[in-house]
Design a protein around this ligand. Structure first.
Ligand code: ADP
Ligand code: MG
Length: 390
């Protein structure tokens, strides 16, 4: 069989070039790591409610090229940000206030595990857009963790790797994300979606085997506003709803239970809980529909997720609605806003041969309606994070 061209090659070359341009490491051969971004097909705002999610890893990734240093200094250059940072492994408590805190946070979490970390010079090359629903932060953390571990001759079992990166983001960066992003980046598999149970942390691969849809990311390019406070309010409402229902979380709640308790919950908590319980059911239905190859149902579930996020979880915004309406008019199996909401992207599942005309039409209509220039691109499902052998 003829060897497949390796799509990661140009990215790795770029990472190597950045490393050499920037740090001129002599006589040391660099190591390379890759960790992909992810898309969540369905299961939005369910992760922190101990529910179900269904991400895929995508063919956009954060690459790290690195060489060790003799001392405890870490120097790093980010090609995408055109910025440099440095920190000492001896002073991990002195936090950076910008992007480097993700790297420091990973170092801190690995240090807590007593990993014998060493100083390094590193370059980051990434084609994962930031804040577009592809989870660039988790890709960055996972790629960086793999590089730090590899340089000190250690490794972690995949689950622990993902949880360590999540810990860095939760406890060091201060972002209370669930396990979705890091699990997807670590466990992703080509042509496979991952059904993740965020309660038990079990992962069930759902093979897609050429089921015939392309994933098109339609980024509104609208800067997110108010996300943190709205996110915390949604979390709090869900926790209160579970408490009123007498449950440890919304996970064991069913739509019937939530409907029956509508009055006790009050309208706002009812709406939030309703989204969560119906969304959990949609994720499980999606796994079955994918296995049957029933793309009509897959698409309907995805669009139903959007309507629920808009009407019950109330995390949409005019730009997301303009984009969503354009995707629906342009013709797709289904589409929905992805990520926290209030900006970010719409994901559309599109017939592969329609991707070109679909993207052009959506871009045109969105731009006419809003003052933003959208960023529209198709992604493929890819394998999870790895240390590259070259
Ligand atoms: P996302 O949804 O993309 O994960 P986040 O706000 O969680 O959005 O994370 C984005 C942040 O991660 C950026 O603001 C930056 O601090 C960091 N980051 C992501 N990619 C890179 C990169 N290539 N180089 C440096 N920092 C990055
Ligand atoms: Mg993130």
């Amino acid at each position: 069989m003829a060897a497949q061209p390796d799509p990661t090659m140009p990215a790795v070359r770029r990472a190597r070039a950045v490393l050499y341009e920037r740090w001129q490491p002599r006589g040391k051969s660099p190591l390379f790591t890759r960790a992909p971004g992810r898309l969540n097909l369905i299961g939005e705002h369910t992760d922190y409610n101990r529910g179900y999610v269904m991400p895929v890893a995508v063919d956009r990734a954060v690459y790290v090229a690195a060489v060790p240093r003799e001392d405890r200094l870490v120097r790093v250059w980010s090609d995408q940000l055109d910025a440099e940072a440095q920190f000492s492994l001896d002073h991990l408590k002195d936090r950076h206030h910008d992007w480097a805190r993700y790297l420091q946070g990973v170092a801190w979490a690995l240090d807590e595990l007593k990993m014998p970390l060493v100083g390094m010079e590193a370059a980051i090359y990434s084609d994962v857009p930031r804040g577009a629903g592809l989870s660039s932060s988790a890709a960055l953390e996972v790629s960086w963790a793999l590089a730090m571990l590899q340089l000190c001759g250690r490794s972690l079992p995949p689950k622990q790797l993902a949880l360590t990166c999540q810990r860095a983001e939760n406890d060091y960066v201060g972002m209370r994300c669930g396990i979705l992003d890091q699990f997807a980046s670590v466990f992703g598999q080509r042509n496979t979606a991952l059904l993740i149970d965020c309660d038990t942390q079990e992962i069930q691969p759902v093979p897609l085997g050429g089921k015939g849809f392309s994933m098109v990311v339609c980024d509104t390019n609208k800067p997110r506003q108010l996300v943190d406070s709205e996110y915390n309010q949604r979390r709090a409402s869900c926790e209160e709803a579970a408490r009123i229902l007498g449950l440890p979380s919304l996970r064991p709640a069913t739509p019937e239970m939530v409907m029956a308790a509508r009055e006790a919950l009050g309208e706002e908590r009812f709406r939030r809980a309703w989204h969560v319980v119906t969304e959990n059911a949609r994720v499980l239905d999606m796994a079955e529909a994918l296995q049957r190859g029933d793309l009509e149902t897959v698409g309907q579930l995805v669009s139903a997720s959007h309507k629920s996020l808009r009407d019950y979880y109330e995390v949409s915004c005019p730009e997301l609605e303009a984009m969503w309406a354009a995707t629906q008019r342009a013709g797709c199996y289904g589409s929905r806003l992805v990520g926290a909401g209030f900006g970010g992207a719409v994901l559309a599942l599109v017939s592969p041969e329609e991707v070109g005309p679909f993207s052009r039409r959506v871009a045109e209509e969105y731009q006419q309606e809003t003052r933003y220039q959208p960023n529209i691109f198709a992604v493929q499902i890819a394998d999870g994070a790895e240390v590259l052998e070259r």
